[in-house]
Design a protein around this ligand. Structure first.
Ligand code: ATP
Ligand code: FE2
Length: 321
């Protein structure tokens, strides 16, 4: 039967019903009046729309067999709104509760959309930039940002130029007109850092188009280098790109070319599954539910720093070696 999933870790309050495929997805994004995301304002937004959003998803649809919610990582005030709604709904409908790790959900909806079995994953979003892959019962983080996510790096630079939030789409548009000059490229082993890139871009005295282009080339090349090394070290031959920054066509092209050169398959999900969305929580909730990973209400506290590798993956078979 269908699982209801509720997402609300940061900017998007979104709910979906997922059975063998998506039945319904409804989203109501929070848009900051100015600047970036204010956690309390975002939580107030979520609280004010969550009843209507869930109501629209459940209206004249089939009754859910379980309620899944994003338990973390994310902004504490936002997570608590979603957690409270999910608990109340599970208790009143008398169905199990499923606590979904937001990062694992980005990975699983990408795997669903690609049909790939065992990919290396570049998860590039606002707060996160990680390269992950499955190994012995967990998603292992092979490399990640040591400071901020690449999406937040792009958004910070965009804000410094007076561009609206989120900055990603506008930076991508401006970059099409730009040409290259060097900016700080920071890869340390398998890890990345973006704050030097942001500072240098803010200080650069070049046309805005050139800074946008060079920012993307530098930041995306860093991500591509670490992803390639993960493919090489694990011997995996599939790769998926997930997270909101995955919408960027230049990043997609760089990764596709890298994969083509290695003879690896590359895939990126449709846009509605890339950024934060309820469908990824509902889908991951469904495969967790079917493998017995339900969450007792008394253990259902949210976790703002929940990491993907803390999740025991009960729903995947060990690959045959
Ligand atoms: P997470 O909690 O997973 O870290 P998030 O809550 O920030 O993610 P996402 O929807 O996964 O949310 O990603 C949002 C980010 O994606 C923003 O930083 C935004 O600027 C970026 N983004 C969106 N479209 C583009 C684009 N075309 N190019 C680059 N970045 C983009
Ligand atoms: Fe996300």
């Amino acid at each position: 039967g269908p699982v209801l999933g509720i997402e609300g870790t940061a900017w998007n309050l979104s709910a979906a019903l997922f059975d063998d495929d998506l039945i319904k997805l409804v989203s109501d994004p929070y848009k900051p009046v100015q600047g970036g995301i204010h956690p309390r304002e975002a939580a107030q937004h979520h609280a004010s729309v969550i009843t209507r959003v869930i109501g629209e998803v459940l209206d004249d649809g089939p009754k859910p067999v379980a309620i899944a919610f994003s338990q973390g990582p994310g902004l504490g005030p936002c997570l608590r709104i979603v957690g409270t709604a999910a608990r109340a709904l599970a208790l009143s409908l008398k169905v199990p509760l499923i606590g979904v790790n937001h990062c694992v959900a980005h990975v699983e909806i990408g795997r669903f959309a690609s049909g790939f079995d065992d990919p290396v994953v570049l998860y590039a979003s606002g707060a996160n930039t990680q390269v992950l892959g499955y190994l012995q019962g967990r998603y292992r983080i092979f490399g990640e940002t040591l400071d901020i996510g690449i999406g937040n790096a792009i958004d910070k630079f965009a804000r410094s130029q007076g561009l609206p939030h989120p900055g990603g789409p506008e930076i991508e548009r401006l970059a099409r007109q730009g040409s290259y000059f060097p900016l700080p490229y920071t890869v340390k082993g398998m890890d990345l850092a973006f704050s030097g890139l942001v500072s240098a871009a803010k200080d650069a005295s070049a046309p805005l188009e050139d800074i946008c282009y060079s920012f993307q080339e530098t930041g995306f090349a860093m991500c591509t280098e670490v992803t390639e090394r993960a493919l090489s070290q694990t011997g995996k031959n599939e790769m998926i790109l997930v997270g909101g920054v995955g919408a960027n066509k230049r990043l997609q092209t760089m990764l596709r070319e890298m994969c083509d050169d290695r003879g690896a398959a590359f895939s990126v999900p449709i846009p509605q599954y890339l950024g934060d969305n309820g469908a990824m929580i509902a889908y991951t909730g469904k495969i967790m539910f079917e493998s017995g990973s339900t969450l007792p209400v008394e253990l259902s506290r949210v976790n703002p720093s929940f990491r993907a590798d803390q999740v025991e993956v009960t729903w995947r078979d060990e690959p045959v070696v």
